[in-house]
Design a protein around this ligand. Structure first.
Ligand SMILES: *[C@@H]1O[C@H](CO)[C@@H](O)[C@H](O)[C@H]1NC(C)=O
Ligand SMILES: *[C@@H]1O[C@H](CO)[C@@H](O)[C@H](O)[C@H]1NC(C)=O
Ligand SMILES: *[C@@H]1O[C@H](CO)[C@@H](O)[C@H](O)[C@H]1NC(C)=O
Ligand SMILES: *[C@@H]1O[C@H](CO)[C@@H](O)[C@H](O)[C@H]1NC(C)=O
Ligand SMILES: *[C@@H]1O[C@H](CO)[C@@H](O)[C@H](O)[C@H]1NC(C)=O
Ligand SMILES: *[C@@H]1O[C@H](CO)[C@@H](O)[C@H](O)[C@H]1NC(C)=O
Ligand SMILES: *[C@@H]1O[C@H](CO)[C@@H](O)[C@H](O)[C@H]1NC(C)=O
Length: 562
């Protein structure tokens, strides 16, 4: 979710960890292309966001002005490339160092070129996702392509990195105490204000630079954080594609990756090749409200699925969907806070705020997330500690940290998501308007509003601006037609936004999938899968008004079965 741009792609609700427990307070989503190729789901969060064993020491990999691939992993290739930090003063600018990881095309099929891949966030590591699910992405786009994931400025193995805290545990412990749900009637807003002031000052010191831009200055002196905006990343994509010997850019962007795609299409329309954008959020910032327009309906859909599935499938089953909803709210209101001393991720207090967030996550990835959450809610309702101990979605526990387990820098949690969002969409720091904003947003989505409001507050406090921000218009006559994908109910990037983007991009095609959740290709659908494959095969667009049906429904299983 991002941001509004919320498109923030989700972070997993629980990240298995080799280091510290990850405390994820943002809306989290998980990109599970897996479900496209495996039938139903079995804890598919894990393979996607696991911080794998380090098969490459990124900081020892030589960077150069060209792209020189080195083997990493069993079949993949890695590289680091220098690009200008400041595209407006290229000749004297210090260099950003962009990390790339490739899932190479198979040798058994005709080579078709390169597809750049961005998994959203903003700031989810493209190199990590290619490491974890490269072959799965290849199944979707076709084995004739080299698939190249990269880390955007601020994130992963790219430098500069949006690292404002000294260590990951320090950041986690600090953000741990965030009142996740801002409430106008309590003290959470003043507290949150002060807390964001702390983050802002830490980030200003680390990323803000000295304001001079000296000719021989370093990235730190120029202020690496001022160049993490999406327009700079769009130009990085242009340059990477050129260095890889390509003319047009082929691209697969998910969630915030669709915002990046819109920047690219607007800035370099004649360089657009095959472009698929899935879970489309509108890059043209108009308001912070419309992004949540379908969130409540998507959550209500969860209750219908539970009811339709029946009591054997859904532990929260009641005689109609509205009673299921009432039961869920009764659990959240009456059975929390609940002590979870032996919760799977460590000692935890299970709060209403936590469950409310899990509800948003469940609506984003309902096939896997909703059954898991239903189990948690049932466990909370009955104070069933053994069930809590075996569930991995309660990520509210205190970080388990020790001085020897700090992750390598490219796997550390950092402030990239906030930095990118706030550089692209700066918000004046006018506290007087904040309460009004929150009240209005509460009308749109009482469940998601407090989380989004927190993001709004973060950007009110963000301490510096992008040097080279692009503000639109987000339109352009692209050199080839773009394929947009959207679920009919997406709680983070609603269909209405996809339609707006579709209208602004001449020649584009919008494929709608009759499913709930964030990211169409997370839901198994032979229809959607075939459309994406045909497009990447030879540019074939699906019919103009096609509505793809999902093959699997949450709790219910195979669509069409009783
Ligand atoms: C990396 O660059 C350094 C300095 O140019 C050179 O000594 C070293 O051999 C290079 N390493 C590799 C793996 O190419
Ligand atoms: C080509 O190889 C890939 C694995 O690299 C495999 O998944 C695919 O099925 C193969 N395709 C054909 C046509 O043999
Ligand atoms: C805010 O707090 C009031 C008073 O504690 C409570 O009645 C209300 O439900 C809370 N609102 C939200 C959105 O949590
Ligand atoms: C508690 O949860 C466990 C594991 O999910 C389950 O086997 C058990 O039946 C539950 N106990 C109660 C009282 O619901
Ligand atoms: C600290 O982390 C290291 C490395 O992960 C681990 O081997 C060690 O057991 C940990 N110590 C404690 C007290 O958890
Ligand atoms: C696209 O092309 C049409 C027809 O040539 C033109 O009217 C329109 O202004 C162009 N749009 C953009 C954004 O360049
Ligand atoms: C969309 O899917 C729902 C079930 O999830 C079904 O009831 C409805 O008829 C479908 N709509 C269309 C237009 O196919």
């Amino acid at each position: 979710m991002p941001l509004n741009r919320p498109s923030t792609f989700p972070l997993p609700s629980a990240m298995p960890n080799a280091w510290c427990s990850i405390v994820l307070i943002s809306l989290t989503i998980v990109y599970q292309l897996d479900v496209l190729v495996h039938a139903q789901n079995q804890g598919l969060y894990d393979p996607i966001f696991t911080r794998q064993d380090v098969d490459i020491d990124w900081y020892k990999l030589n960077a150069s002005e060209t792209i020189t691939w080195t083997s990493c992993g069993s079949e993949q290739k890695c590289a680091r490339v220098f690009l200008p930090l400041d595209y407006s003063r290229e000749s004297v600018s210090p260099k950003a160092t962009i990390a790339l990881r490739m899932q190479p095309a198979s040798s058994n099929v005709t080579y078709k070129g390169i597809v750049l891949y961005n998994p959203g966030g903003p700031g989810i590591s493209g190199t990590m996702l290619v490491a974890n699910i490269g072959p799965i992405i290849a199944n979707l786009v076709g084995h004739g392509y080299d698939i190249v994931g990269f880390d955007v400025r601020g994130a992963g193995a790219t430098l500069p990195l949006a690292q404002c805290f000294e260590t990951e545990p320090q950041m986690q412990t600090f953000t741990q105490w965030t009142p996740i749900l801002l409430n106008i009637s309590d003290t959470s807003i003043p507290y949150s204000n002060a807390q964001q002031d702390v983050v802002a000052e830490l980030c200003r010191r680390k990323l803000g630079g000295d304001g001079r831009e000296d000719v021989h200055g370093t990235v730190e002196e120029w202020g690496g954080g001022r160049y993490m905006d999406t327009a700079s990343v769009a130009t990085d994509m242009l340059r990477i594609n050129e260095l890889l010997g390509q003319d047009k850019l082929n691209y697969l962007g998910i969630s915030y990756g669709t915002v990046l795609g819109q920047y690219f299409a607007a800035m370099y329309p004649d360089k657009v090749g095959l472009f698929v954008m899935d879970a489309v959020c509108d890059a043209e910032y108009d308001s912070w409200y419309s992004v949540l327009s379908d969130t409540e309906s998507a959550i209500d859909r969860l209750y219908s699925y539970c009811h339709q599935a029946g009591p054997h499938e859904c532990p929260l089953y009641e005689s109609d969907a509205s009673r299921i909803k009432a039961r869920v709210w009764s659990i959240m209101d009456s059975n929390t806070p609940l002590a979870g001393p032996f919760a799977a991720q460590g000692p935890a207090v299970i709060t209403k705020a936590l469950l409310q967030q899990q509800l948003i996550t469940a609506a984003s990835t309902p096939i896997t997330g909703w059954p898991q959450l239903a189990d948690i809610l049932t466990a909370v309702e009955r104070n069933n500690q053994s069930a809590l101990a075996s569930s991995n979605i309660i990520a509210a526990s205190v970080p388990l940290c020790n001085s020897t387990n700090e992750p390598v820098p490219w796997f550390r949690e950092n402030s990239a998501e906030q930095a990118i969002r706030c550089l692209d969409y700066p918000i004046p720091d006018v506290s007087a308007t904040f309460n009004a904003y929150l009240s209005d947003l509460l009308e749109v989505s009482p469940i998601a509003a407090p989380v989004w409001a927190q993001r709004h507050l973060q950007c009110m406090k963000w301490p510096f601006q992008a040097k080279n921000r692009f503000t639109g218009p987000f339109t352009g006559n692209t050199s080839s037609p773009i394929l947009l994908l959207s679920n009919i109910l997406d709680p983070q990037c609603p269909l209405a936004q996809a339609r707006r983007v579709h209208e602004r991009l001449p020649g584009s095609r919008l494929l709608v999938q009759n499913a709930t959740g964030h990211v169409a290709t997370l839901t198994p659908s032979a229809c959607t899968f075939a459309a994406v494959q045909a497009y990447f095969a030879d540019g074939t667009l699906p019919a103009a008004d096609v509505l793809c049906q999902p093959d699997v429904l949450p709790f219910i299983g195979a669509a069409g079965s009783p």
